[in-house]
Design a binder for this molecule. Sequence first.
Ligand code: ZN
Length: 164
Amino acid sequence: MALRKIVTGEDPLLRKTSKPVEVFDEKLWILLDDMAETMYRNEGVGLAAVQVGILRRVVVIDVGDGKIELINPIIIKTRGRQEDSEGCLSFPNEYGLVERPNFVTVKAQDRNGVDQEYSGSGLLARAFCHEIDHLDGIIFKDHIREDEPEIPRRRRRRFDHSPR
Ligand code: ZN
């Protein structure tokens, strides 16, 4: 495994739409392993491939309950609402209150191309939404309302950046 460099700031790559994965080969497995290592090393809870410069629909998530790998993920069900502060490994030291569904079901393929379904609430639901947004060039800041008051420092919680 190897650490990959995280794309940050206003890099135009973060605004691009990622392409579906069609080949489930060793190159994909290396990418997944490298993404996981990069996520853990940076104390993140999720990472999308575009954040390491690869425009493919690949996501890794671990909110503390074990690693989930999502290939070509689609959100198929949402329920409820939650609001909490969010940040992003690609935007260090930037945070905002973001409303997300409180319960999310995702359909995706695993690293072998087999269909899987995952459901999560709370932080995991937030992670699904945040990371899948990345695949369509959407960043968390797009969801912050202009009139939002600044979040007090004690309430700031990094999201795909160290929430624990
Ligand atoms: Zn992010």
